[in-house]
Design a protein around this ligand. Structure first.
Ligand SMILES: C[S@@+](CC[C@H](N)C(=O)[O-])C[C@H]1O[C@@H](n2cnc3c(N)ncnc32)[C@H](O)[C@@H]1O
Length: 248
């Protein structure tokens, strides 16, 4: 069985049961574990006819490949991979002002999971990533995202620069986050149709991605480190946009 076919952790399993129950094939729960949180999960599972078996800690550790499973693991069908066409279908049917996140080659599943969690909290309608050289929706991503991986759509596109152009043709303003930019995040206007582009852990924004942005902004840094972790920087940028959108 591929690792991608397992979801684990209370939030992640509950979210997949709530939002995509048809994907859940079966579930295993730690022998002897019995609490209110599990009862709620069991009720949703029963509604959808998902079989639940009890298993030892060792069996759960094996099924989750050593992940932090919190006593619950589910075997799931992989999520549908969303592409450029799905992105444009979503944008064409959405009523809300576009608010998107672009992650240019994030490879660490903990960072993607944390960005999904931030994006859900900020009300982002979708995350766009290049199909190659980016982490996809792995079990660790789902676990770290605490349920947001089942809610925030992840669009995997073949040519990020082309997708960015097509967003701009729809009137979406693209702001790239780059530590060396002269314009500070807090001076930028983030109220209209917007996509915020973040760079990868090591290399930052690729040249073409950077050149495809309408403007670049930096988060002012007071100390001596040169950059923030990408998920932290994402949270700061998204919530500055949320703040501006609330007051405008
Ligand atoms: C760990 S940083 C990458 C650092 C990389 N060495 C660089 O030169 O960009 C990952 C991403 O987080 C965002 N980021 C981190 N610190 C930032 C800051 N002070 N201002 C704006 N964006 C920042 C940027 O999008 C960056 O590409």
């Amino acid at each position: 069985m591929k690792k991608q076919d397992m979801t684990f952790g209370l939030h992640a399993v509950e979210a997949v049961l709530k939002h995509s129950p048809e994907r859940v094939i079966e579930m295993w729960v730690l022998q002897g574990r019995d609490d209110d949180r599990l009862t709620a999960i069991f009720e949703i599972a029963a509604q959808w006819g998902v079989s639940i078996q009890y298993a030892s800690r060792k069996a759960l550790d094996d099924k989750s490949a050593g992940g932090q499973h919190q006593g619950i693991v589910a075997k799931v069908k992989p999520a549908k991979v969303l592409n450029d066409n799905d992105l444009h279908a979503m944008l064409d049917s959405a009523e809300a002002t576009p608010f998107l996140l672009i992650l240019d080659g994030v490879t660490d599943p903990h960072n993607l999971g944390a960005c999904l969690r931030n994006a859900d909290a900020a009300g982002v309608q979708g995350i766009i990533v290049p199909k190659d050289n980016s982490v996809g929706l792995t079990p660790v991503v789902s676990k770290v995202a605490c349920g947001a991986a089942e809610i925030v759509p992840l669009y995997q596109v073949t040519n990020l620069a082309r997708t960015m152009r097509s967003l701009q043709e729809k009137g979406i303003w693209i702001i790239g986050a780059a530590g060396e930019a002269d314009c500070e995040l807090y001076q930028a206007s983030l109220t209209g149709p917007l996509a915020i582009a973040m760079g990868a852990e090591g290399k930052g924004l690729r040249r073409l991605t950077r050149e495809s942005c309408d403007t670049l902004v930096s988060i002012p840094m007071a100390g001596s480190v040169s950059s923030l972790n990408v998920s932290v920087a994402t949270g700061i940028c998204l919530f500055e946009a949320v703040r501006q959108r609330l007051v405008n």
